[in-house]
Write a protein that binds this ligand. Sequence first.
Ligand SMILES: [Zn+2]
Length: 320
Amino acid sequence: MACPNVSLSRLLLPGATSHSFIPRCLRSTATVSLRKLTVSACLSDMNPSSPTETTSPKAYRWKPMCLYFTQGKCTKMDDAIHLEKFNHNYLVDLHRIASEPSNIRPQEIDYLLVLDLEGKVEILEFPVVMIDTKTMDFVDSFHRFVRPTGMSEQRVAHYIEGKYGNMGVDRVWHDTAIPFKEVLEEFEKWMCSHQLWKKEAGGSLNQAAFVTCGNWDLKTKVPQQCQVSKIRTPPYFMEWINLKDIYLNFYNRRATGMMPMMRQLGLSSLGSHHLGIDDTKNIARVCQRLLADGALLQITARRSSSNPSNVQFMFVNRIV
Ligand SMILES: [Zn+2]
C-alpha cells in the first residue's frame, strides 16, 4: 500500500492563553511560532482498536507526546484542552502489531531497552522505551532531558536553541533538564522498579539489553559524558544490541539508519526526527517488526571487562 505523506502544520501561540501549563509545552518566542510536524502516514500501520481510535482509521489524528508527561512531570492530566493537544499514551504509537504466530521465535533476552541519545557536545536527552520480547508489547518508558555541566549557560542556551528550537520544545527542555548524573540515578531507580538491575548486585542488566541504532550511543557518547560528569561508566552499559547489525544479518539488506530501515519495512515515521523520544519510539517499532518477523535480538557488542575501551563485535557482517 502506498504511504501518502501527510503534513500537519499547527499554529502555536505561545503566551496566547492564561493557562499556566500549555505555553511551557510550546516555543517561547516574541513572535508566533509554527511547529510543523510531518507524519509520513500509512493508514495500514494504524491500529483502529487503539485507545484513541474508536471511530474509523480516517478519524485518526496524530498528536505530539506531552514532553512533561514522558518525564513524569505533567500536572494537567485532568485538563481537556491540554489532553486534546498532546498525546499522553505511548500505546497510540506503540500498539501491538500483527504477526504470524509461526514466525515468532524464542528470545534469549526478555526485555529490550531501546535508547536513542541526543546531543553531540554533551548528552541533551536520554529516552528509553521498554519492549517485552515475548509479547512484542510496549511495557514502560523512561525519558529525561539532560542539562550539560561542562558548558557555560550562554553556550547551553545557544546549543538548545539550535537543537530543539525549531521543534518548538526548547521551553520544556529548559523547564525540565537535569544533570546526567541525576538522570542516571533516576534511571537506576526505574530499572530497579522493573527488576532489570540491582544496585547491590552491580554488574549487568537482568534479562534485558539496550538496543541502539548504531554503536555511537553506548560505545562513544556515554563514556564521554561520564568523563565530563566525573563518574565511572556504569556496568550496565558494558554490552548492547546494535539494531543495524541485527537488521543487516536478518533481512540481508543494508540500512544505514533508522529512516532507511523504516522506509524498507513500510513503517511510517512518527513525530520529529532527532527528538530523542520520538526517534526511540520509531526504533522500538522497528524492533517490534523484527520480533514479529522472527529475528533473534541478541547482543552485538560487548566491552572487555579487563579493558573497557576495547569493544568486541559479535557479527562479522556489519555496517561500519
Ligand atoms: Zn501533559
